[in-house]
Structure formats: structure tokens, C-alpha cells
Write a new protein. Sequence first.
Length: 74
Amino acid sequence: MQAAGLAPQDVLVAATRNAAQAAGLDSVGTVTAGSVADLVVLDADPLADIRNVRRIALVVRRGETYTRRELEYR
């Protein structure tokens, strides 16, 4: 998406909020009151460089926290 001309912030919105809306999912895609929120915590700012979305530090899924090491395929 960035190669097509979108700014990093617009890539993130397209991949989260807009994708959820397109799929008809009202309670996901944003971090707002009443929404279901699985989170990815990054080691670097994706707005500075969209490739930083690959620098995953933690994932919070259904209230459980996983480190990158725990998620690595072995």
C-alpha cells in the first residue's frame, strides 16, 4: 500500500479500521470503548517507517500476553 502512495498512517488505518468495516465487523479494527482489542506492541514506530510493523515485541490476544520469542515457529 505504501508503494502505491499511501502514508504509513493510512496503511495502518486501511489494514485495521477500514478492513474491519469492509468485512462488516463493528466491534474490531479500532481501540475504542466496547471494541474487542487484540494488540500488537512494536519495538519501533510504524509511522516513521511502515516496515517497523515487523518489529513485534508483544502480542496481547484475548487478554493473554505473548512475547515474540513465544510466538516464533520452531
